[in-house]
Design a protein around this ligand. Sequence first.
Ligand SMILES: [Zn+2]
Length: 60
Amino acid sequence: MPSFPCPQCGKPSHWTDNPSRPFCSERCKLIDLGAWANEEYRVPERQTTTRYDTNHDDEV
Ligand SMILES: [Zn+2]
């Protein structure tokens, strides 16, 4: 049975019969998803406003 380090805690985890893969447990899975939502993928609001598009259309 192949094993690999859990992305969250680094402990050896199994791939087969593991509903929480690639994490070693449901707990590590939830922790990683929490970090994902709170920090890693926080989208800056500044990038949503694109005024350059309208200005560019006027010049063309
Ligand atoms: Zn883990």
